[in-house]
Write a protein that binds this ligand. Structure first.
Ligand SMILES: *[C@@H]1O[C@H](CO)[C@@H](O)[C@H](O)[C@H]1NC(C)=O
Ligand SMILES: *[C@@H]1O[C@H](CO)[C@@H](O)[C@H](O)[C@H]1NC(C)=O
Ligand SMILES: *[C@@H]1O[C@H](CO)[C@@H](O)[C@H](O)[C@H]1NC(C)=O
Length: 174
């Protein structure tokens, strides 16, 4: 009986770890792996952790200013060329003197950090795309929670926020 039970437990554990290894491919489903990088009065980012007031205070967030949130696309890794180009142009136009920018790093959930990318790219993209798409809704919910965290702490108003998404990043939503 005991050996039958332990066989059952072991087969169950094998099944669970097998399917997890088969399915995740280095694409997290955990929104706590997302990072919000804040660009304030210059072009050097600091991370604000959702729900963490110490990190919000330490970021020296310039409140009551227009704030742009930038979201990269499928397979994005931070800092991507797109987000670098955007923050660079904001800096060149002296926008950081009057505005805030935040770049979402969702590389952990966009597929951008998958080991599959080291192999056949066509195959990797076909495998990773549905995983990244499945993450769109939870990422969107966390983005909303994050912005609301800034709002309830008096840092932004809804009418002063722009969200700029590239490619799959423009589909981030609930
Ligand atoms: C954050 O800053 C505000 C205003 O300066 C202060 O009242 C509050 O205690 C600070 N909170 C933390 C967690 O440091
Ligand atoms: C990013 O920009 C660098 C320098 O311009 C370029 O060498 C690289 O190929 C670009 N990467 C992507 C993914 O486009
Ligand atoms: C990569 O995968 C695609 C789709 O499975 C396949 O058609 C192609 O031949 C593969 N390329 C290489 C170099 O193996």
């Amino acid at each position: 009986m005991i050996s039958y039970l332990s066989w059952l437990v072991i087969s169950f554990l094998c099944l669970v770890s097998f399917s997890a290894a088969q399915e995740d491919h280095g694409v997290s489903t955990d929104v706590n792996t997302l990072k919000f990088n804040y660009f304030g009065s210059d072009n050097s980012p600091v991370e604000i952790t959702y729900g963490n007031l110490d990190s919000l205070n330490a970021s020296k967030f310039l409140h009551s200013r227009p704030t742009t949130l930038i979201i990269d696309g499928f397979l994005s890794t931070y800092p991507s060329n797109m987000s670098l180009a955007m923050t660079k142009s904001l800096e060149n136009c002296h926008r950081f003197e009057t505005e805030n920018a935040i770049v979402l790093d969702w590389g952990s959930m966009s597929g951008g950090r998958s080991p599959l990318l080291g192999g056949n790219l066509t195959q990797a993209m076909a495998t990773l795309y549905p995983l990244a798409v499945a993450n769109i809704s939870p990422v969107g919910q966390r983005v909303a929670q994050f912005l609301d965290f800034l709002r309830v702490n008096g840092h932004i108003n809804w009418n002063m926020v722009h969200i700029v998404g590239h490619s799959l990043g423009s589909h981030i939503g609930k």
